[in-house]
Design a protein around this ligand. Structure first.
Ligand code: FRU
Length: 480
């Protein structure tokens, strides 16, 4: 085994959860040490799920990236495997950047970006293949670049191939930047996944009437949901619009139709996928049972100042979510398998919550909370991770439909994010709190807010109040 892979694997084997790290999530994937970013190569192969991620093993910063490798039988319990890719080839020595996985001739292949800086410091991006060479899918042989440079008119910000098979051919989308410094998504096609043909740009600035759509488009992923072609990804440099796109770097999706022959994608508006603070580079896969599954990085580029660096690690992957198209909108729901993690159950409902009555309970910062409220007339408020004067607040104002996640009373993290819900008189929340992660699924996945929170202790309070009386049909905390 080569030495960079060896070094990374030594770190994997040494990693030991320290007891005093109460921010280390219990059921989310985090890096054993160093920095995690995008999920990569998400695939189910012979029944087993494989999820790789961008990893810098040696420090909590974005250095030359490796591909860490986790596997699972149930999308819940993940095992670390030996590191799949290290930046040890002439064409990827500044990072094995993001990409996807596919199966060709019954062999698992990885399709990733080789990131290289030449002697003058100029970026060179190639799209490279690697394939599994052992039965346990633990070692990968690099096959080298198959797309050698960006098409004319584009800069070397050209990366993140996401591959799929359609009607007997291979296709991939790539994130790209035009020489005018605008972001676009490019479509390529191939008969054998080796020789690739450039079909042209299919989305981004200047296409389908889009203007001011940022300076780079990262991590595109195109897939079918209910006969519609959904394109998700991360346009960098877009301006906030109303309550949308207030993060430093944003995520979202288009719903439309891809004309494979004309290489044209017609689509509607770009909507946020996850409306929280930390969510980026989502990637999907089609499970063997037909579900479209998504994993994402619960972090944002250029935001690496989180307090877990004290413990030598930073960032996490989201829970795996299943995607659904409901009235033209992408809904995300935690996969059903999560229910198997439910431990002791505390049931606080049903009950009528009187105006300004406080319903408080405490416990370890590691639970799932299910709240269903009806006949909501005033302002429904939920405080999470409440310790002394610090907490994260969720509010739902039935008069305006505004749902808000507010971190202005939290330590380390600030600001608020909001949206308007279509339901005004009821609210359904499924919240996952995993030590320093909040994933809040609103109204059965209509909206999702994800973000980090860093409580000072392992235990905290949760409080529900309402400015006018309402019915709490269900309030259950499941300890995890
Ligand atoms: C997105 C990204 C990708 C790139 C990778 C490098 O977070 O910038 O575009 O491939 O991270 O780690």
């Amino acid at each position: 085994m080569n030495s960079l892979l060896n070094q990374a694997n030594t770190i994997l084997n040494q990693a030991n959860d320290s007891d005093d790290d109460h921010w280390r999530p219990k059921f989310h994937i985090t890096p054993p040490s160093g920095l995690l970013n995008d999920p990569n190569g998400f695939i189910q192969f012979n029944g087993q799920y494989h999820l790789f991620f961008q990893w810098h093993p040696f420090a909590c910063l974005h250095g030359s990236k490796y591909w860490a490798h986790c596997t699972s039988d149930d999308l819940i319990h993940w095992d670390f495997k030996p590191t799949a890719l290290a930046p040890d080839a002439s064409f990827d020595k500044n990072g094995c950047y993001s990409g996807s996985a596919f199966v060709l001739n019954e062999q698992l292949h990885l399709f990733y970006t080789g990131n290289l800086k030449d002697e003058a410091g100029e970026r060179i991006s190639t799209q490279c293949l690697a394939k599994a060479v052992d039965a346990k899918l633990e070692s990968y042989e690099k096959l080298g670049p198959v797309i050698h440079c960006q098409p004319q008119g584009f800069t070397a910000h050209f990366r993140d191939p996401k591959i799929w098979h359609h009607d007997g051919r291979w296709y991939c989308v790539l994130g790209a930047q035009t020489e005018q410094l605008t972001g676009q998504v490019l479509l390529y096609s191939s008969d054998d996944a080796q020789q690739w043909h450039y079909n042209g740009p299919i989305a981004g600035n200047g296409i389908n009437g889009l203007t001011d759509f940022g300076y780079m488009f990262e991590c595109p992923d195109l897939f079918t949901l209910n006969d519609q072609d959904v394109l998700i990804g991360c346009p960098q440099g877009i301006a906030p619009k109303g309550s949308d796109f207030h993060n430093r770097h944003n995520n979202g999706y288009f719903v439309g139709q891809l004309d494979y022959t004309a290489a044209q994608y017609t689509h509607g508006e770009f909507y946020p996928l996850d409306r929280g603070f930390e969510f980026y580079a989502p990637q999907t896969t089609l499970a063997e049972d037909g579900r479209r599954l998504l994993s994402a990085w619960l972090g944002i580029p250029d935001e690496d100042d989180q307090p877990t660096v004290e413990h030598g690690w930073i960032h996490a992957l989201s829970l795996v979510r299943s995607l659904h198209l409901v009235n033209g909108k992408v809904y995300q729901r935690p996969v059903e398998e999560h229910k198997t993690l439910r431990g002791e159950q505390f049931d606080f409902g049903p009950q009528e919550l009187n105006a300004n009555q406080e319903l408080t309970f405490s416990g370890e910062n590691c639970f799932e909370l299910s709240l269903k409220a009806t006949e909501v007339e005033g302002l429904l408020t939920l405080r999470l991770a409440e310790i002394d004067e610090h907490f994260v607040e969720i509010t739902f104002d039935s008069a305006t439909g505004v749902f808000k996640l507010d971190r202005s009373h939290a330590l380390h993290q600030q600001g608020s994010r909001e949206c308007i819900l279509s339901n005004r008189d009821s609210l359904d929340l499924q919240i996952f709190f995993d030590r320093s992660i909040l994933e809040i699924f609103v109204n059965n996945g209509e909206e999702v807010f994800s973000g980090r929170v860093f409580p000072t202790q392992l235990h905290s309070n949760t409080t529900v109040t309402s400015s006018k009386s309402c019915i709490i049909k269900e309030l259950i905390r499941y300890d995890y």
